[in-house]
Design a protein around this ligand. Structure first.
Ligand SMILES: [Fe+2]
Length: 424
């Protein structure tokens, strides 16, 4: 008889939210005693004057900075190595990240290697990488997200693409968690609607996957506190964050996509993204995210609206959402009441005669409403790709361990077949 876990933890990033909160960055840098930082940012933000605005705030606080902006959306090992090289040339006492999840993840990895050295692959989650753990805390990292999606400002994870292996994977450790997230709705005003759509669907998956993940006390007890994974399974504290994020997405996501100047909708989605980040950073994501990694990593032929890039790629939110209706159809009988509750929060009203289709259909209606791709076929995949997608998803055992039902190749094949076209 295996012994079950009896403990869960909540280790949340400090959060400062609200209009004008970015103006307090200087005060925060001084509070942390920083005199020099590396500013990691997305060059697309120059068009909106955001980089200049944040640099002026840092300079006014008397803090020296060096700017790194050679960011790739969905970072690769190659783009991250460039970022790490930059740190070797510019010593600093901390980091400020201004941008979306890719920017924040790049800053996390720069911080890790700047402090502890070694190769990035040494730290990547096994079996793909060496699984090395940073032996001591990193430098302070303040994040100012400009999209409402990844929740990376609130999590211990950095995701990277390894095109040679056709796989996306990550580095996760509690020391990778940012020191502070400053979430200012005004910073999201410039984000194109297509980016807000993909990012918002990522939020929704973070929240729902976390809420229905296998409860922490049904998972095996770790041998020591050091072995307790960052993703611990659903628990009463993570659930609060996840449920609120689902409710926010139901109320505000379509509005946030339609109108960048709707700062109430954009701001609430940003808050929802961070809240979902705290929820999934504790409970964990599973089936849709495990499938998303090979889907984003294998083919680079999709061109998404709103992303000013000259290379094809699948934005993370789309790679996740496409398999979510089928995934939650599969998991329904593990926890029917939780699936129905998620569907009702998303729809914003009670569902009469709810069933296994309630949540998939609520998700599909949301996808249609905000212009998401209809399934993995639209992203360039067909049945012939299933074996490779399945092999890639099965490599994400760290995630699949959190699914509320067992997942094997046969289950994944059914989910993929249902996900080719969620509608026609
Ligand atoms: Fe995600």
């Amino acid at each position: 008889m295996p012994e079950f876990e009896s403990i869960f933890t909540l280790e949340a990033t400090q959060l400062k939210f609200g209009d004008g909160s970015a103006e307090e960055l200087g005060w925060e840098l001084k509070r942390l005693g920083l005199t020099s930082v590396i500013l990691v940012t997305d060059p697309a933000l120059h068009a909106w004057g955001l980089v200049e605005r944040i640099e002026a705030i840092i300079a006014k606080a008397g803090v020296k900075f060096a700017r790194f902006e050679d960011i790739r959306v969905e970072p690769t090992l190659e783009s991250l190595n460039k970022a790490v090289d930059f740190c070797a040339q510019h010593r600093a006492e901390g980091f400020v990240a201004l941008g979306g999840g890719s920017t924040i993840d790049t800053a996390k990895i720069m911080n890790l290697i700047a402090v502890h050295g070694g190769a990035i692959m040494d730290y990547v989650n096994p079996p793909i990488g060496g699984g090395k753990k940073p032996p001591s805390p990193l430098m302070p990292l303040i994040c100012l997200p400009t999209t409402s999606g990844s929740g990376s400002e609130a999590t211990t994870v950095a995701i990277l693409d390894i095109p040679e292996l056709h796989v996306k994977t990550g580095i996760s450790h509690r020391y990778m968690r940012p020191t502070l997230a400053i979430v200012d709705p005004d910073l999201a005003r410039s984000t194109p609607g297509g980016v807000t759509a993909s990012a918002g669907l990522d939020v929704l998956c973070h929240a729902i996957e976390s809420y229905i993940s296998k409860p922490y006390n049904e998972r095996p007890k770790p041998a020591s506190p050091d072995e307790r994974p960052p993703y611990q399974g659903s628990n009463p504290v993570a659930d609060i964050w996840s449920l609120k994020a689902i409710e926010f997405a139901g109320q505000f996501l379509a509005r946030a996509v339609a109108d960048g100047d709707d700062t109430e909708a954009r701001g609430t989605m940003m808050l929802g993204a961070t809240m979902a980040g705290i929820g999934f950073g504790t409970a964990g994501v599973h089936i849709p995210h495990s499938i998303a990694y090979p889907i984003a990593g294998m083919k680079h032929v999709f061109h998404a609206q709103g992303y000013a890039r000259n290379y094809g790629f699948v934005p993370h939110g789309y790679s996740v959402i496409v398999s979510s209706p089928a995934a939650f159809r599969y998991t329904y009988d593990a926890a029917p009441a939780k699936h129905i509750q998620a569907a009702e929060l998303l729809r914003g009203h009670k569902i009469i005669n709810p069933d296994a289709e309630s949540l998939p259909s609520a998700l599909i209606d949301m996808m249609k409403a905000i212009g998401a791709p209809s399934g993995i076929a639209e992203l360039g995949y067909g049945e012939a790709d299933f074996p490779e997608i399945i092999a890639g998803a099965l490599k994400q055992q760290r995630l699949l361990a959190g699914a509320p039902k067992a997942v094997n190749a046969k289950v994944l094949e059914t989910i993929l077949a249902e996900s080719l076209y969620n509608w026609k």
